[in-house]
Ligand binder design. Structure first.
Ligand code: ADP
Ligand code: MG
Length: 734
């Protein structure tokens, strides 16, 4: 007996439950428990939002030749033959059935279940699910679950009812080894039968204008389609619903943040900001001026600012943020700058002190406050923050620690948003008497629709233009697949740059053979195979190379201690090293104007944005940059397209868009998007930009007329459901 038979629910009484009914009440404890354990589903709404991953057809057969080993698969196939034999070593029997798609063959094995022989008769078709194993070189499923198609219906028959049955797509659900796709389908069918009316979160006129279905209809069609067109239309409706509910939630959150009172901060005439501006050794770019004006507008309001400033490395975000801090200091307040690492915090402090110059530094007393400070220094820093002496406090997460207090915290600047959770921002927010203004800086250009989805509760400013006076970067692909002979030339070019007194980077995907640098980012592509070039191998290659006999070459990677890394970076910055052979650890933080050349080996192993960020490390001074993207990838492949795209433009925003388009679906928001409760379901930011933008506009209009959603109870309920579902997940990543 299978779990399915044991737990088969009876007939559902129509109208017995709503989306909020607990599964335990609707399906029975065992099934509910299994669903919660496997997917975290707790309510009817949760399970009905467990949409099929794809649809199979009874007439179709799944290609068996390409089944991935060790994965749970659900396939449609036909039984070829079945045999029972007694085991040799032990008592008991084995039923072996061979199933086929017409080309490949897969073996099913069952121990001590002789009766399967009569079930699995040759010629029968069905769907089979299990983990793909390997037995003596042949693919097999041991103890698979299966459901055979109704025998009384001939696949070849031609009456209308049969045709409908044959044509009806079979939903294939995300399943686990304990919960097969059709068990999930049964539970869902039961729920759909018993579901009462579903109030529509989307107003009828919005639906009508877009040709969308009602919710009930869409749920029915996505789970029990009669034909392909049904589930396609249903997905369109559900996708819009998802975008719409999410945007409403984000916009509500934004409105909530703005419902707090904050102290308005304005620069004083003749004050600190004016003095700073007067002493600036350069003219602000137009973008810096514009974004600066948006920020000072925000700061001047009695509601907390929540603004994201995106701009490439070197676009002058720090200057913009510092000017905001000076405006706050003018009004007597303090600012906290949060950096993702200790090294970056220290670097921020140095560059802030340098930009302020000696006089302003004395007045503002910028102070470093990190977890690694010696006790005495830390105590001093804590006092300065608490007493309000230090108007600018720079640190890491330690700044959020309980012991840290501020006299009058007016502004929090968060550098590199995505490493900081909302809870952390919240904790900092609570450090002021009234919530401080929040400015978030990110060097990762974010396409508009992604920003809308991921940072939908923030206002967004963009610095697109880089300060003038940069000498620029030339980028070239070195295509070893077509031109293997070019490899020596790469090292020649590096040597030529060194001969001019300049410095360079060689970036590798691995530290040692077989040790790939994993910086915890999800950017690394998954479509490249074979061994990756390592720091170790490049080091020995350069050591043996006559042109580098006198070069001072050092490694830099994540296996070195923080001190070692810091010392190496300092030595490089001081000009005591010529070449850093590094992994992606140089991605953030290194600013060496004399570094003119970067060689990226196995460039196809890096993501588009990652390559672009890496390249930002050169061409930072008046020395022109040269970036050589060395790759073995084949022309036209996705891997090569990434590398070509990076070589073709220096515009990070264009590249972010390209990146979005080249990525496999589901990769955009990182691993969290691919599964689990706290994720997007049918919506894909890469593909559904238009839907997202449309949904946001509709949400804005509705909230403008009905801020509390009093007249839109179904929408309010959908938003609440979404927020409950994701309390600790996706939204809090923003
Ligand atoms: P980001 O924080 O965006 O990486 P920074 O604010 O650190 O950029 O600026 C990078 C470098 O460019 C700094 O040395 C800074 O002094 C300089 N810089 C900033 N704005 C300008 C400008 N408008 N003109 C010339 N140089 C600038
Ligand atoms: Mg910066």
């Amino acid at each position: 007996m299978t779990a399915r038979e044991a737990d088969a629910p009876g007939e559902a009484v129509p109208g017995s439950y709503t989306l909020d009914t607990k599964l335990s009440g609707a399906l029975g404890g065992r099934t509910a428990q299994a669903l919660e354990r496997a997917f975290g589903h707790r309510t009817v709404g949760d399970l009905l939002a467990h949409y099929p991953r794809r649809y199979a057809l009874r007439g179709e057969l799944t290609a068996l030749a390409s089944l991935p080993l060790d994965e749970n698969v659900t396939i449609v196939a036909e039984v070829l033959e079945v045999r029972v034999r007694d085991m040799r070593q032990r008592r008991g029997s084995i039923v072996e059935a061979k199933i086929s798609d017409g080309t490949g063959i897969l073996t099913l094995t069952f121990f001590n279940q002789r009766w399967r022989e009569h079930d699995l008769r040759p010629g029968r078709r069905g769907i089979f699910a299990g983990k793909v194993g390997d037995y003596k070189g042949a693919r097999q499923l041991a103890h698979p679950d299966y459901e055979l198609f109704d025998e009384s219906i001939e696949l070849g028959a031609n009456d209308a009812a049969t045709r409908r049955w044959v044509e009806a797509p079979i939903p294939i659900y995300p399943a686990t080894s304990t919960l097969a796709s059709w068990q999930i389908a049964k539970s869902i069918a039961f729920l759909l039968d018993g579901l009462g009316t579903v109030d529509d979160p989307i107003p009828i006129e919005v639906r009508a204008a877009r040709g969308l279905h009602g919710q009930r209809e869409a749920l029915e069609a996505v789970h029990r389609p009669e034909r392909e067109a049904d589930w396609k239309a249903a997905r369109r409706t559900l996708r819009f619903t998802e975008a719409f509910v999410l945007q409403t939630a984000l916009l509500e959150r934004r409105a909530e943040l703005r419902a707090h009172h904050a102290v308005a901060r304005e620069a004083r005439p003749g004050g600190l900001l004016e003095r700073f501006d007067a002493a600036l050794p350069f003219t602000l770019t137009d973008d810096q001026v514009d974004v600066g004006a948006q920020i000072s507008d925000d700061l001047g309001q009695p509601v907390p600012m929540n603004r994201l400033v995106q701009g490439e490395v070197g676009s002058g975000k720090t200057v913009v943020a510092l000017r905001a801090m000076l405006a706050v200091a003018d009004s007597g307040g303090q600012s906290a700058l949060l950096a993702p690492t200790e090294v970056l915090a220290a670097q921020h402090l140095r560059s802030i002190a340098r930009m302020l110059g000696p006089e302003l530094s004395v007045e503002l007393m910028p102070t470093l406050l990190t977890g690694q400070l010696p006790a005495a220094e830390r105590k001093k820093a804590l006092l300065r923050a608490a007493a309000g002496q230090s108007r600018i406090v720079v640190g890491t997460h330690a700044l959020i620690g309980d012991q840290v207090s501020f006299a009058d915290l007016g502004l929090v600047v968060v550098d590199e948003q995505h490493r900081f959770g909302v809870e952390q921002r919240e904790a900092l927010r609570l450090k002021g008497a009234e919530p401080p203004h929040v400015l978030v800086l990110t060097a990762t250009p974010i396409p508009r629709t992604v920003a809308m989805t991921v940072f939908g509760d923030l206002d967004i400013s963009t610095i697109r233009e880089l300060p003038a006076g940069r000498a620029g970067i030339e980028s070239h692909v070195v295509p070893l697949a077509e031109k293997p002979g070019w490899r020596p030339r790469v090292w020649e070019r590096l040597a030529e740059e060194l001969a001019l007194g300049r410095q360079g980077f060689v970036v590798c995907p691995a530290i040692e053979p077989k040790v790939v640098e994993d910086d915890g980012e999800t950017d690394a592509p998954s479509d490249v195979a074979g061994p990756a070039t390592s720091v170790a191998s490049v080091l020995s290659e350069l050591a043996a190379h006559p042109r580098f006999a006198d070069a001072r070459v050092a490694p830099l990677h994540g296996r070195m201690s923080a001190d070692e890394k810091d010392a190496t970076m300092r030595a490089f910055a001081a000009g005591d090293l010529d070449v850093l052979v590094a992994t992606t650890v140089i991605e953030v933080g290194v600013d060496v104007p004399n570094a003119s050349v970067m060689v990226v080996v196995d460039a196809e192993r890096f993501g588009v944005s990652q390559l672009h960020q890496l390249r930002g490390r050169i061409g930072r001074g008046s020395v022109p940059g040269l970036c050589l993207l060395v790759t073995n990838s084949v022309p036209g492949s996705l891997a090569r397209q990434r590398v070509d795209a990076v070589a073709a433009t220096l515009d990070g925003f264009d590249l972010a868009q390209v990146d979005l388009e080249l990525r496999q679906e589901g990769d955009v928001l990182g691993a969290d998007q691919s599964g689990g409760r706290s994720s997007l379901k049918l919506l894909r930011v890469a593909r559904d930009g238009d839907v997202i933008a449309d949904a946001r506009e509709v949400a804005e209009t509705i909230l403008a007329g009905d801020p509390g959603l009093a007249a839109h109870p179904a929408l309010a309920a959908a938003v609440r459901r979404r927020l409950d579902d994701e309390a600790s997940g996706y939204l809090s990543k923003g």
